[in-house]
Ligand binder design. Sequence first.
Ligand SMILES: Cc1cc2nc3c(=O)[nH]c(=O)nc-3n(C[C@H](O)[C@H](O)[C@H](O)COP(=O)(O)OP(=O)(O)OC[C@H]3O[C@@H](n4cnc5c(N)ncnc54)[C@H](O)[C@@H]3O)c2cc1C
Length: 442
Amino acid sequence: MVEGALADAEALAKTINSKLCGAMLRDGYKAGFKPLRLTRHSDTIPYSMVWSVKALTVIGGGLGGLAAAITAAEAGASVTLHEAHRTLGGRWRSTPVRKKAVANPSGNPPTYRAHEGPHVIYRDGPTWAWLRERRLLGVTCRVPLSAATRFRFWHEGRLRRVPPIGFLRALRISRRRDVPVDRSFRAWASKVVGEEAAEMGASASGVGIFHHDPGSLSAAFVAERLSRVYSIPPPASYRQGSWGAMFEEIEAYARSLGVSIELGSRMTSLGMGMTIVATELESARMLLGDDTLEWPSGRAALLDLGMKRDRHDLFAVSDLDTAGWLENFTVPDPTIAPRGEHLVQMQMPIGSETTKADGVARLETIADHALPGWRERTTYRLESLANARTGAVDFPGTSWRDRPAIDRGDGVYLVGDRVAAPGLLSEVSLNSGVRAAELALA
Ligand SMILES: Cc1cc2nc3c(=O)[nH]c(=O)nc-3n(C[C@H](O)[C@H](O)[C@H](O)COP(=O)(O)OP(=O)(O)OC[C@H]3O[C@@H](n4cnc5c(N)ncnc54)[C@H](O)[C@@H]3O)c2cc1C
């Protein structure tokens, strides 16, 4: 790639007049080659030197944009990355000190490190492998064995220690190789294990899907997530001190490769050269001026709670009734909350007709059982709504291949968690970022 494309042209002319380069440079720019600065040369320059490395602009500094920028820079491209915020990470950013923290008796600012987005990375997936290869994972934590005794299922309005048999049957069939793409999980699984088991399996997949009705989605899509999330041993991994901290190291690594990172740089249009758009799909639609860029995603009410520690607090609850999830992140990593406190994050997928308040109320009901007396112990609380921010969902008859294509033509590429790449949640962003860079440099 580096200096390769036009190197053969040297046979035609050893040097050219730099003043005649205008038209050629315009074409080259479109193809993503970065011209050398002509002011450095007087009248003549070597032909092969007109083009140096490929130049690439990446818009968006989340996982997808950084994967694209790093992949391209590792291959020798000259990369400029624009990120609208002052920090990198996108939905991986960890929450800093909160404005909405409830009264804090000690007077010290709370030091919870919660996430908007990824809470876990799965060890069997591409993100883990990609970060590990570059030594960017840092110190990671796994679910301690002792946490197994503090895991519960929420079924028919109460907590259960033992997984319902129907859930286990749904889990077993999710590992089959012949799960259909063109039928809903509900229709397919009901035939094999019965309706009740199918519903439990669908709801259990909610933690990796964030859709209020996973049973209506493609059977293959749901089954893949269900079987991955509930693998034994649990593949979920946590970064000590939060994933947000990892982005400082990713940034340092990218800069060491020569990636020029412009923070606080919100792009409102595409430039002339080769460009990778790695923003949320809504922003990409605007930047590309393409109203057809669309793919369904989930909607979920989120509730984060910091609270005085109680030894009866559970580690996790899988909601088999309405696809919710509760997780006490201080169990694998106590460093993310002040000493003596627990940080619990909960999610409840809701349809468009359900309000955030209703979703939060459902979560509070589960919390009442999982975290005894939590209301009196609470030191910090944050409610939010994640709308179209939790990655792609595939309906029957569609798979990741049907989502918006990465290659948009004319040197423009699309990256994100709702584009045509495989994986679970943010793995789609990682995979599409790497692929976009490969396509741009091909
Ligand atoms: C509640 C929740 C829980 C989740 N849990 C998990 C999980 O456990 N595991 C997992 O793998 N994934 C999880 N995800 C999904 C994960 O957060 C996303 O898939 C991933 O962060 C998407 O990365 P991205 O780089 O594609 O997009 P983003 O992270 O959104 O990055 C896009 C970036 O582009 C920037 N940008 C936008 N417009 C412009 C512009 N015009 N100019 C310059 N910059 C711009 C934005 O500021 C942003 O930084 C979760 C998501 C949510 C919301």
